[in-house]
Ligand binder design. Structure first.
Ligand SMILES: Cc1cc2nc3c(=O)[nH]c(=O)nc-3n(C[C@H](O)[C@H](O)[C@H](O)COP(=O)(O)OP(=O)(O)OC[C@H]3O[C@@H](n4cnc5c(N)ncnc54)[C@H](O)[C@@H]3O)c2cc1C
Length: 425
């Protein structure tokens, strides 16, 4: 007898995406009774400050989480010291979702779902074991038995790569009026443009940096300083770098932000395990949903949520045997990410021009599809032809050698660094 059909370890982005997908799925087929879900996370749901994140992603057509979307842009800027590109993303739109809004939407949809019952346990989960018949989780002196466990707790890669960088950033929400008029301008449709990557920031000794600027519907703006690099900054370092970017935009040095968000996301060619037992699947960053070359994760988490809902509605939980989820990204895209990260690490390509060249030479929708892992092989070849081919090929060679060296040295594999716990405030 199980205590739950599904246990979610972690109520962050990945846990929320699964609940959201289950809540809007028709669960009248494949299940003899309402689905019993237990969500375990030591951070209480009402701890808004600890949970708050600003998630951006792109989607074609209406976003699955449309009611939680706070802002949307069709035109975006990518700039370096020599170029200022205004890109039309159509048929895609770039969306901003605040985690609090998504959590509220999900809670509302869960309450309205007739065949879904969700219990919340505020505690840190301990040991998890599983067989092909089910899984158990130790939590707060209790043993929870479930048909399937989805684990999004922070985890190290199962196989270390040769690059371990961070995408790390600090963002300030600037009060209305703080951004001088006309900084971002309007797109051809007359609507505000978002700046996705502005490489006219001071570049770090290793890696790259860029500014990110999103005009918000209430007249405020989200401005961030972001680095892709091996070492994180301290508090004063982030503030100084962000102030440097804001000064370039003409923002007053006396500006006081309405909100501060700091983030650290792993960028690695290491491989995260998709499962840790026949009935324990990993999701979110811990399950490889973070794209190594960009840090974008949100869309892959939504796809995972839908894949879990497919499994449930298809009756997979009731059948004995191992349960599987598709990989977050196709293997050849993971390989291309590895090549890119290694080329950046080795200094074979210059970060700022690498990204601007890509958007300059290929249509923006194709680049976005590539970053989502949904391009065809023909698309991928075109994307590769827009990158510095010789340097990338050298990197590919070095990647192959590196894998071979690691396999020879450590036939059993090795552990990478752990994914950091949330650092936003
Ligand atoms: C500030 C910030 C902004 C980001 N913005 C974007 C963006 O714009 N677009 C994008 O695509 N990606 C973005 N990302 C990357 C990614 O989308 C987020 O990191 C996302 O939150 C990942 O979801 P997750 O569930 O894997 O991890 P988390 O959201 O961190 O959730 C993990 C959960 O596990 C819980 N946990 C830890 N230990 C235990 C335990 N023992 N038992 C039970 N639970 C436990 C934690 O409390 C946490 O709630 C951002 C990341 C950060 C940090």
């Amino acid at each position: 007898m199980t205590d739950a059909d599904l246990v979610l370890l972690g109520a962050g982005g990945a846990g929320t995406a699964v609940l959201h997908a289950l809540a809007h799925r028709d669960l009248t087929t494949g299940l003899p009774a309402p689905l019993r879900v237990v969500v375990v996370d030591p951070v209480p749901d009402d701890s808004a400050a600890a949970r708050h994140r600003t998630w951006c992603f792109w989607a074609e057509g209406e976003a699955a989480v449309a009611p939680a979307v706070h802002a949307t842009w069709r035109h975006v800027r990518v700039s370096d010291p020599a170029r200022d590109l205004v890109l039309d993303l159509d048929p895609f739109r770039y969306h901003l979702v605040r985690s609090d809004d998504l959590a509220a939407l999900t809670a509302e949809r869960v309450r309205a779902a007739p065949r879904l019952s969700v219990e919340r346990v505020v505690a840190a989960a301990g040991r998890v074991t599983s067989t092909t018949a089910g899984a158990t989780v130790q939590v707060g002196g209790r043993t929870l038995r479930a048909a399937l466990v989805l684990d999004s707790r922070p985890a190290s890669p199962a196989r270390a790569g040769s690059v371990w960088w961070w995408q790390h950033f600090r963002g300030w929400t600037l009060p209305a009026g703080a951004l001088p008029a006309g900084v971002l301008g309007a797109g051809p449709d007359g609507r505000p443009v978002a700046s996705l990557m502005d490489f006219r920031t001071d570049q770090p000794a290793a890696g790259l940096s860029f500014g990110y600027l999103l005009p918000l519907p209430d007249g405020r703006a989200l401005a961030e300083y972001t680095e892709f690099s091996p070492a994180r900054l301290d508090d004063a370092g982030y503030d100084a770098a962000l102030r440097g970017y804001l000064a370039r935009l003409g923002v007053s040095p006396d500006v006081v932000p309405d909100h501060v968000e700091t983030g650290v996301i792993p960028m690695t060619d290491g491989a995260f395990a998709r499962r840790s037992g026949p009935r324990v699947l990993r999701t979110g960053t811990a399950g490889g949903a973070t794209r190594g070359s960009t840090g974008y994760t949100f869309s892959a988490m939504l796809r995972d949520g839908e894949a879990v809902a497919d499994l449930v509605a298809g009756g997979a939980l009731a059948r004995p045997g191992a349960v599987r989820l598709p990989p977050p990204y196709p293997p050849r895209h993971r390989w291309m990410d590895a090549v890119q990260l290694q080329a950046l690490q080795a200094g074979r390509v210059q970060g700022p021009t690498f990204f601007t060249d890509l958007f300059d030479r290929r249509p923006a929708p194709q680049v976005l599809r590539f970053l989502d892992g949904t391009t065809t092989l023909a698309d991928d070849l075109q994307i590769m032809s827009a990158s510095p081919t010789l340097q990338m090929s050298l990197s590919a060679g070095s990647d192959a050698l590196d894998r071979l060296r690691r396999r020879v040295r450590r036939p059993g594999g090795e552990q990478g660094q752990p994914v950091p716990v949330r650092t936003d405030r």
